[in-house]
Ligand binder design. Structure first.
Ligand SMILES: Nc1nc2c(ncn2[C@@H]2O[C@H](COP(=O)(O)OP(=O)(O)O)[C@@H](O)[C@H]2O)c(=O)[nH]1
Ligand SMILES: [Mg+2]
Length: 224
């Protein structure tokens, strides 16, 4: 596939990093656009996430190394399609909006990132929302990257993403991806997406003190 080719649904794999998302996954998987392939990347879940994923038609990749970045990277490596999307498995984002991002890639974007727009109160912890906005503002100013959200929903050509060489395997992955994409002069398109509270289970990142501290530490490492 070359740049400018049309992208058909069979060209797209949706990678879903999951750690204990058995409660949310059925709803997420039911909303995947027809024809897209799905890879759930299971990180040592103890709640049957992998079985639930298979029962609902997804392929499962097991990644024992913990971390959001490890899970995303394992899924992108395992994918066999020219385009990959990434989406959280917690039900906070709607897979029905993925085709908008894929269309942006088809139109020439090197990377399409979802800008989360909360539609219900209590969706996004304030510290996380502010931290995200501050980091995004810095990316706009310092790196000239036109984004307002580091984003957890994205679409990108698989080989280009692998060639970019994102090395962070924890919560710094989305930030490092944007910095490297900016340095490589990628065309980055931001698309509004709806954002809701997770549909089940508990937060591993911004909703827990430990997850937040880890994220701040990971961001700091990437930003230096
Ligand atoms: N595989 C894997 N997935 C993770 C890990 N940490 C977070 N996730 C997933 O990444 C997504 C975002 O995490 P979440 O807990 O919703 O973070 P929050 O949105 O900041 O509350 C969810 O689908 C999680 O299951 C991890 O270490 N491994
Ligand atoms: Mg979440």
């Amino acid at each position: 596939m070359f740049e400018g080719d049309t992208i058909s649904p069979a060209d797209v794999t949706v990678v879903i990093p999951c750690m204990n998302e058995a409660g949310s996954l059925p709803g997420v998987l039911a909303a995947i656009p027809p024809g897209y392939r799905v890879l759930v990347v299971d990180n040592n879940s103890t709640d049957g996430t992998a079985d639930v994923a298979r029962a609902h038609g997804a392929s499962v990749v097991a990644e024992t190394r913990p971390g959001y970045g490890s899970a995303v990277h394992a899924g992108v490596e395992a994918a066999r399609t020219p385009v990959v999307c990434v989406l959280d498995g917690d039900g906070s984002m709607d897979p029905r909006e993925l085709p908008t991002l894929v269309a942006a890639v088809e139109s020439g974007a090197d990377l399409a990132v979802g800008r989360r727009r909360p539609v219900e109160r209590g969706t996004w912890p304030l510290h996380s929302r502010i931290g995200n906005a501050v980091v995004a503002a810095r990316l706009r100013r310092r790196y000239d990257i036109p984004i307002h959200d580091l984003g957890a929903m994205r679409a990108v050509r698989r080989q280009a993403l692998l060639d970019l060489g994102v090395g962070d395997r924890r919560s710094g992955y989305p930030l490092q991806l944007l910095i490297l994409a900016g340095r490589a002069h990628w065309r980055i398109t931001e698309c509004d997406i709806t954002y809701r509270p997770r549909t089940a289970g508990s937060s591993k990142v911004s909703g827990s003190v430990q997850g937040t501290l880890r994220a701040v530490h990971d961001f700091w490492r990437v930003m230096r």
